[in-house]
Write a protein that binds this ligand. Structure first.
Ligand SMILES: Cc1cc2nc3c(=O)[nH]c(=O)nc-3n(C[C@H](O)[C@H](O)[C@H](O)COP(=O)(O)OP(=O)(O)OC[C@H]3O[C@@H](n4cnc5c(N)ncnc54)[C@H](O)[C@@H]3O)c2cc1C
Length: 508
């Protein structure tokens, strides 16, 4: 029971993605009665899986960073994370393949990392010094962004300026350069530039549009590791589901929400499910993305949605190809990148022109390197994910266009060493942006929520509290601090903090 109240305040959470689960758990820990309603037949949202003919495919995330954010969630609930999920380190972090035959690994261990730099043209000591200097700069960016934007849950440019002050903003935060410009200034080596630019993949944006401080991403990997969940990524959703059970959070599956119901005085009164059932609540927390939710669940004036849509443009989507092969490709690590010959063109085509790329940088995951149970003996389990534009009704892309891109991607992988990949494929599942949009109600099939782009939104996502309804909050990838597993989980915790502050203020 919340202190000083006759009854617990109630919260209904729309959607059981990571942001929804995290908000629900954090709010339950604060004494609220929490009920989650989820349209799909399972919890987890994009953290999803498919079992087929002995292959275990993680349909969404395959690795994650910042495990401390997940631990904090269990701490809030007074539980030990290790009693619910077991984490496993990914070794090496990344394997990077270039068209000229160069293969270079990223390692957490300094001696292994330094040895890899010997594969680059030029002086190894110079490459090592440039890497160390870059990581030190990245560490400073992480520390300052973590202190305010992450830890205080800052939600817009004004809160940012108020917290940091103009002096710190000017002297300490790298926002005047793009991520790519700050990388170029610090590395002479083209392959190193390409690799560090592609860390932007963690938020599905362009290194040529994201502000320099997004170079914090490599350091969270080098300093806090890269992680997989033992037994498959979906075991994290199972662990969070068990935590919900243990805390007494009601979870209703197969329960699509048709509307969030407005009440008088800038308030909402609860939600109505598609089956007609109405659930009253003191607060609504919405894990459906902000723009689709305003469009479809709330009777919002078109002008308001249009204004939001100009700033909170969806991050990239993807074609997600899962292959089960009847042979193993031993050259692959768990986590691999096959680089475009012209990565600037790749970013420009996807993020400025909004077209399918001819020669994308490809992200490829082979999870049996960490977890042999994910494919039958002698077989390989391969996830291929080129980033592509989200669905844009003004620039329609046909299913045939998506399949032609898939063919170009497989051709590229075969050319770069995955010999006869087509011929050896015995199981296949492919998702296009249309499937992703339908499965999770994401905006245009976005994978990571809202794009990180200085010119469009100063790097901010939508705020946690609705500007139209005081007791409506949003959580997940379209909300600050944004997409990717750790950020969605952090978002849920910070939404809880904001909601508790609003409730405390309401009670005077
Ligand atoms: C292919 C792919 C690969 C990825 N790889 C990585 C990775 O390696 N590492 C990483 O950190 N991140 C990765 N991500 C991103 C990560 O999965 C997401 O950022 C994160 O899981 C999103 O969480 P969320 O809270 O935004 O909710 P979502 O996962 O979007 O969940 C929203 C939930 O709301 C439900 N919902 C929507 N509308 C309604 C409604 N009207 N009624 C009821 N329920 C509704 C949906 O069904 C869904 O369950 C990847 C994503 C994809 C798709």
């Amino acid at each position: 029971m919340i202190k000083g109240e006759k009854r617990n305040k109630s919260v209904v959470v729309v959607g059981a993605g990571l942001g929804g689960l995290s908000a629900a758990i954090s709010l339950r820990a604060e004494g609220f009665d929490v009920r989650i309603v989820e349209k799909n037949t399972q919890i987890g949202g994009k953290l999803n899986f498919l079992e087929r003919e002995g292959f275990g495919f993680d349909l969404g995330p395959s690795i994650f960073t910042l495990p401390q954010i997940f631990r904090d969630l269990f701490d809030r609930a007074g539980k030990e994370m290790d009693d619910y999920v077991e984490l496993q380190s990914v070794v090496p972090h990344w394997r990077n393949f270039f068209e000229d035959g160069l293969t270079l690994d990223l390692h957490e261990e300094p001696d292994l990392m330094k040895a890899e730099l010997g594969k680059l043209d030029g002086d190894i000591e110079k490459h090592w010094k440039q890497l160390q200097d870059f990581l030190q700069y990245a560490r400073k960016q992480y520390e300052i962004v973590d202190e305010g934007y992450f830890d205080k849950g800052l939600d817009n440019l004004w809160e940012f300026i108020r917290y940091y002050g103009f002096k710190r903003l000017g002297n300490e935060i790298d926002y005047k350069n793009t991520m790519a410009e700050s990388i170029s200034e610090r590395f002479d080596s083209e392959p190193m530039r390409r690799i560090f630019e592609y860390f932007i993949k963690y938020v599905g944006s362009s290194a040529h549009a994201a502000p320099g401080y997004m170079n914090l991403m490599p350091i969270i990997q080098f300093d806090y590791g890269l992680w997989y969940v033992k037994g498959g990524m979906y075991n994290l959703a199972r662990g969070l589901g068990k935590l919900c059970d243990d805390l007494g959070i009601a979870v209703e599956l197969n329960a699509p929400v048709a509307s969030i119901n407005p009440a008088s005085g800038k308030q909402v009164s609860g939600i109505t499910l598609e089956n007609g059932e109405t659930i009253a609540a003191d607060y609504v927390v919405c894990n459906m993305e902000v723009i689709p939710a305003y469009e479809r669940l709330l009777d919002t004036p078109k002008r308001f949605v249009k204004k939001l849509s100009k700033r909170f443009i969806p991050a990239c989507s993807g074609i997600v190809v899962h292959l089960g092969t009847d042979r193993v490709y031993p050259q692959l690590a768990h986590h691999n990148f096959f680089y475009s010959k012209d990565q600037s063109k790749h970013f420009n085509t996807v993020f400025n022109e909004g077209k399918l790329p001819d020669d994308p940088t490809i992200y490829l995951v082979a999870p049996t390197r960490s977890d042999p149970s994910k494919a039958p003996e002698g077989c390989d389990n391969i996830k291929i994910l080129p980033h592509i534009p989200p669905i844009n009704p003004d620039k329609p892309v046909s299913h045939e266009d998506y399949m032609a891109l898939k063919d170009r991607v497989i051709d590229k992988l075969e050319r770069m060493g995955l010999t006869d990949l087509r011929k050896h494929t015995i199981v296949e599942d492919t998702l296009t942006p249309v499937d992703i949009e339908e499965m999770y109600n994401s905006n245009g099939g976005s994978i990571y929520g809202v794009v990180t782009d200085w010119k469009k939104n100063f790097g901010f996502k939508a705020p946690k509290q609705s500007s139209r309804f005081k007791n409506l909050f949003f959580t997940g990838g379209s909300v600050n601090p944004g997409g990717g597993m750790p950020m969605a989980v952090l978002c849920g915790q910070k939404v809880s903090d904001r909601l508790v502050a609003a409730e405390t203020k309401r009670r005077g």
